[in-house]
Design a protein around this ligand. Structure first.
Ligand code: PMP
Length: 430
């Protein structure tokens, strides 16, 4: 990077201020300056198509959110201990996206806070502590959510009251019924938690298995596992931080693909299109039980009027601009285009996902062996062609494609042609 004095200076400032805990993307990090729609621009105004970031779901710098925040900031911003109409407007608007039994909302600031509170509520409701999560799950950065995030630890260890199960994976295993296998593993974990004296409090699932490698097929994939937990008196917490707010194209929430009824739904990331806000939607009897054991829940910034303004603008835009339909159509278009790049000698082993949440398994050509080195080479090659994309899964070989939902056919063409070029150069000649 020594050829760019601006970059050298920025890196030095970063290191001096943020120290060792700071994490950056790419060997040659990007100095980002501005963004609009699905595109971001660096300090030299070089454009990058953003297929990585699922936070700006309605598009980067969307004027509806910018204006709503600015307007509300000039009027009132305070905590939720007062009665403020716009906060109630948002709560009602958000709850209208859920079935009738999920009729209470608690607003927080991050997905981690939402999952942390959901764990506490599940324990209050069931009187039990045992939690089941998938082997490579990520659910947050607080103490209790780090405990249910084995994917964030090199040894994937979990505390004594937590059990992990493999995700419902079908490509590498060749499993003809991954939902049944998943349910079997969950049943065994329930029995094990009961035998250990913890009992089953809840199953927490990211409904598109983002960190585990992106799995959502066939429809109803997790229904039997969820039924096993609920039949045993445990709760099902749908973590919608990644797939929520229309991204899957099949409805507002990822759990809709699975024909299940969550007891609680946690959400965050795209909720404010970048304004930090999150929440839990839950059955009122759960919120009642939790509150009866303490003094309710207070969060200084959670559900503030600025967040409500941003959140309302996001929901109005998703519906007003037909973004869920666009996610479905563009997702199908992208998956078809990516499948067109498969074939003899190709590193693209599998293409899966729903709407604009796509996983592309990068494999050793002609095998189902994960190829993390090829995935990394592809990501860096795409970056140098102005396309940003990340990787996920335990082997780091699954491309994670999650562009803003305003993604267009010409964006898709740009991405597919860059991918054809880079993936083609990494594959083996047929
Ligand atoms: N759940 C899932 C599925 C996530 O992907 C994340 C963030 N990557 C979180 C929870 C935590 O959200 P936050 O970073 O806002 O605390």
């Amino acid at each position: 990077v020594t050829d760019d004095p601006g970059l050298v200076r920025a890196l030095a400032r970063r290191k001096a201020s943020f120290g060792a805990a700071s994490v950056l993307f790419y060997d040659r990090p990007i100095r980002m300056a501005r963004a609009e729609g699905a595109w971001m621009y660096d300090a030299e105004d070089r454009p990058y198509l953003d297929l990585y970031n699922n936070v700006p779901c309605i598009g980067h710098s969307h004027p509806a959110v910018a204006e709503a925040i600015a307007r509300q900031a000039g009027v009132l911003n305070t905590n939720t201990r007062y009665l403020v109409d716009i906060v109630h407007d948002y709560a009602e608007r958000l709850l209208s996206e859920f079935p009738g039994d999920l009729s209470n909302v608690v607003l927080t600031c991050t997905g981690s806070e939402s999952n942390d509170l959901a764990l506490r509520m599940a324990e209050a409701m069931t009187g039990r502590r045992g939690v089941i999560v998938t082997e490579f799950a990520y659910h947050g950065n607080s103490a209790s959510t780090t405990a249910i995030s084995p994917g964030s630890r090199p040894d994937r260890s979990v505390p004594d009251h937590i059990r992990t199960v493999p995700p419902p994976e079908a490509f590498r295993s060749g499993d003809a019924d991954p939902g049944a296998t998943f349910a079997g593993a969950v049943r065994a974990a329930i029995a094990d938690l009961e035998a250990a004296g913890h009992g089953i409090s809840c199953l927490v699932v990211d409904t598109i298995f983002s960190s585990d490698g992106v799995y959502c097929a066939p429809p109803g994939l997790i229904a039997a596992a969820v039924a096993a937990v609920q039949d045993a008196g445990g709760l099902f917490i749908a973590d919608e931080v990644q797939p929520g707010f229309g991204r899957t194209g099949t409805g507002m929430w990822g759990y809709k693909m699975h024909a299940v009824r969550p007891d609680m739904v946690t959400m965050g990331k795209p909720m404010g299109n970048g304004f930090p806000m999150s929440g839990i939607v839950a059955r009122p009897d759960i919120v009642d039980r939790f509150s009866a054991q303490g003094s309710g829940y207070f969060n200084t910034f959670g559900g503030n009027p600025l967040a409500a303004a941003a959140g309302l603008a996001v929901l109005e835009t998703i519906h007003g601009e037909g973004l869920m339909e666009n996610a479905r159509a563009m997702g199908e278009h992208l998956r078809a285009g990516l499948r067109g790049l498969q074939g003899e000698g190709s590193i693209i082993g599998d293409v899966r996902g729903a709407g604009l949440f796509i996983g592309v398994e990068i494999s050793v050509p002609g095998t189902r062996e994960p190829d993390a080195a090829a995935a990394s080479a592809l990501i860096n090659g795409l970056r140098s062609r102005g396309v940003m994309v990340g990787a996920t899964g335990p082997y780091g070989n699954v491309l994670k494609i999650r562009p803003p939902l305003c993604f267009t056919a010409s964006d898709a063409a740009f991405f597919l042609s860059a991918t054809e070029e880079v993936a083609g150069s990494l594959g083996k000649a047929a």
